[in-house]
Design a protein around this ligand. Structure first.
Ligand code: PRP
Ligand code: URA
Length: 209
């Protein structure tokens, strides 16, 4: 069974509350999402392996530790996942970026794929699949399915807010994928929106409504 890690850092919680406020405009919403994504990336990358390398300081040669092993790829689910990329990249600038285009059919709530482009060596990378909202879990489950079909098996799902229904869906469909969220909310409403949530993340991010 995959685990769910809820970040309870006060800075993350405070910024998330600002994002939930309906009076927060698109500019501030984008900045807050980027800041929270950076803070989440700091915690998610805590277990990256290090190796010892020889370096020269201005004073002497010494053995120092640097990141080793698997490299990262960040894969946002379009559109709203794009808002999480810059914050994570500011901490891991060597990561490659893939894109998966999905939208939820407003009637059926089922995900429809319209784009997928991954780094050529995506199969060898640790993938951070990012999307602010995990509602029914249909989009994230489908995106993980696309990644697995293309040979990627080392995947972590990173969401800003999750509903219990979405978490249960991922744990059922992809028990190997651990989930990292900034906030765990109560439930979904009859339109598939997270309650209390923050509304439509894509529209608030890009000012399309
Ligand atoms: C939102 C969100 C997720 C999806 C979550 O995207 O960014 O991708 O809904 O819902 P689910 O868990 O029920 O699948 P949306 O389909 O609104 O597309 P957008 O990012 O282009 O606005
Ligand atoms: N997508 C969103 O953007 N918000 C929700 O609450 C659910 C799905």
């Amino acid at each position: 069974m995959s685990t769910v890690h809820v970040f309870d850092h006060p800075l993350i919680t405070h910024k998330l509350s600002l994002m939930r406020d309906k009076n927060t405009g698109a500019k501030e919403f984008r900045e807050l999402l980027s800041e929270i994504s950076m803070l989440m990336a700091y915690e998610i990358t805590r277990d990256l392996p290090l190796e010892t390398v020889e370096i020269e300081t201005p004073i002497c040669s010494t053995q120092a530790k640097m990141l080793s092993g698997k490299k990262l790829a960040i894969v946002p689910i379009l559109r709203a996942g794009l808002g999480m990329v810059d914050g994570i990249m500011s901490l891991v600038p060597a990561a490659k970026i893939g894109h998966i285009g999905l939208y939820r059919d407003p009637e059926t709530l089922e995900p429809v794929e319209y784009y997928c482009k991954l780094p050529v060596d995506a199969q060898e990378r640790e993938i951070l699949l990012v999307d602010p909202m995990l509602a029914t879990g249909g989009s994230a489950s489908a995106a993980i399915g696309f990644l697995k079909k293309r040979g990627c098996h080392n995947i972590r799902l990173v969401n800003l807010i999750a509903a219990p229904e979405g978490v249960a869906r991922i744990q059922r469909d992809h028990p190997d994928v651990n989930i990292f969220v900034a906030g765990m909310d109560s439930h979904l409403n009859e339109h598939g929106y997270i309650v209390p949530g923050l509304g439509d993340a894509g529209d608030r991010l890009f000012g399309t409504k």
